[in-house]
Design a protein around this ligand. Sequence first.
Ligand SMILES: [Zn+2]
Length: 470
Amino acid sequence: MSEVSVDELLPGEYYVLTPDGKLYYPEEFAGGDEGFRALLEKEALGEKREFKRSPHIDYMKRLKLAEVEPLSDAGHLTYLPKGTLIMDLLMDYSLSVVRRIGGLPVRTSIMYDLNTPAIKEHASLFGQRMYKVKPFKREFVLRYAACFGQFALLRRHYLSYRDLPLYIFELADSYRYEQRGEVSGLARPRRFYMPDLHILTADLDAAMDEFKKIFKLIMSEGSKFGWTYYNLYNVVDGFVQDNFDFILDLVRSEGKPILIYVVESGKYYWVINIEFHYIDSQGRPLETATVQIDVGNSKRFNIRYHDVDGSIKYPVILHTAIHGSVERFLYEFLEEAAKMAKRGEKPMLPTWLSPTQVRIIPVSKAYLDYSYNLLLMIRDAGIRVDIDDRDVSLSKKIMYAEREWVPYIVVVGEKEVKSNKLNVRIRGSRGESLEMTLDDLIMRVKSDINGFPFRPLYFHERLSKRPEIV
Ligand SMILES: [Zn+2]
């Protein structure tokens, strides 16, 4: 493998950068694990591997999470009650992470006037994938990210150097007219929710400091959920040479090779843009999280701040989605479940995301009252619990709960009532059954969901009362 020096980097080309600071041509680079090889092939070598249909699409249907809506455009999903609950939990989680670092949530308009120079220019950089809306004579663009709304808001308000860095956040439904052949389930819809955070900083140095922090946060969020990101650094020609140590620091913290794409300067509004790629159950890389340093839009949108010496300056802005779109966040959890199935384990969602966390199954009608009392106690502890009170056999009820991936199944019969102990099937331990007290069960579920958001059930706690869409 011949090495490349920093001065030899050319715009329009990909390179591999290893943690020891060495640069290689992608076609010569033989190292890296399977995940990195997949990213390298897809992005740098242009090899189009054939992948089977992603299992998350079947899960989406089987678990009654989301459906394609034939009365709308392709890629506009309808979420059923269970899918809506999960999406809301993911959004709650994204918001909680952003609030922890000081993000200010806003809610802005979804459409912007294309005759405004700043919008027009920004849109022309984005290209053809816009939805346009034309009520009467005016022409609007549906937002493809939350940048417009936040920038438009900030340019109307006074900003001081004391306010920086300023974190502003929106969970924005966004619209991109993806090519028909590329539209695919949660991986590439045309309407998606973007947890879009912008960080205004005083200058490039301050922006680079914030960039490092966000980079670390994104990587640690990935490992918190058990997945590794493989990264593509898009860097502008000139910036990469001037800031090579900064880039190398990031690669060292990753401890594995990364892919660099050198971009000709002046083509985009950013100078560095990292795409964090998740590897799904088929070995396919997909971009999820992102962070960028934007040096062009504060001027374009006339966002200014008053510096300590009274001068007026343009801030440098970071764009980031710490978890990527909410759809891809969910896609990652479903693909993790597909990986479990591949390993011979029972596929499941983490307990905090499971629509039903505990299912109570009375073996017959005689145990309904006892079971319902249990439900009340578990519900009061802040756990999503329901009861299969339907008139069907025990084995059918258990099968049904398994099909819904319920993490804890409690079967109640004569033995349980007499002994005051519960028989609990735990999905995460290959469906093994454990005898435990009610307190043990509550403690176990609470420890699973500790630190994650909670919402109550979005549907009836009695299965006999649920319509088909649940
Ligand atoms: Zn943005």
